[in-house]
Structures are given as C-alpha cells and as structure tokens.
Write a protein of this length. Sequence first.
Length: 82
Amino acid sequence: MMHDAIHNFEMAHAALARLRCRPPDRPSEMPSAAGEALLACGDLLYWLNRDDLPLTERKLKCAAPLSVLSRHEAGGRGSRHG
C-alpha cells in the first residue's frame, strides 16, 4: 500500500507540473528528516516536469530540494555510507 501512495505522490507532482499548475503548498516545518526528503523529491519531480520553463530556471528551482537531499547527516546515509 505504501508503494501505491508513493506512486500517487509522484504522479500528482508530475501532473501538476505538466498542467502548469502551482506547486503544492508546503508546511513551514517538517517533523522529520524523512518527511522533508520526501517533499524534496516531490519538488524535484515537479520542477523537472515543468517543460514550459527554460532549463536554467528549472535547474535553479531544483537547487533547494537537491540541497535537502544532500544532507546525509539527516538520515540519507544509504547513498554514501551504505
């Protein structure tokens, strides 16, 4: 069931981007590093799918979510320390 929820999360972000809708509102604070990382993934999916924007703008918008995902000390150990 979790797989379905993640898939729906991914598809919703991609669809919003392709429809040129605004990205979803985000809470100002996340209760966990995992939640923050999941929202960063959603942001990346959104901006990568905004094919109506110039590549330079899309890259700029991806900088903050990539920064969140690069904080290995916050729990993303699997990619570097696995």
